[in-house]
Design a protein around this ligand. Structure first.
Ligand SMILES: [Zn+2]
Length: 80
């Protein structure tokens, strides 16, 4: 099985603050945030290249990213 830091976080073998996950995606705080509320939304299935990600996972990443963004805007009172 191929592994990477994202897979380790998804399989709870590396520490991360997970804010949301479902069967397709995992969302967690970036370990080295460039600003407050820096969240990574990643597919649970490992892909070496972005161009290889299956449509179902990619669709879920975008939809969940929008939900996370809306939540962060409300929580942090940002303007976008
Ligand atoms: Zn991986």
């Amino acid at each position: 099985m191929e592994t990477c830091i994202f897979c380790e976080i998804i399989h709870k073998k590396a520490e991360a603050y997970i804010i949301y996950e479902n069967e397709l995606v995992c969302c967690f705080l970036d370990k080295f945030p460039i600003n407050k509320g820096h969240v990574l939304v990643v597919p649970k299935k490992h892909y070496q290249e972005f161009s290889e990600v299956d449509g179902k996972s990619l669709n879920e990443v975008i939809l969940i990213s929008q939900k996370v963004a809306i939540s962060l805007e409300n929580l942090l009172n940002t303007d976008g």
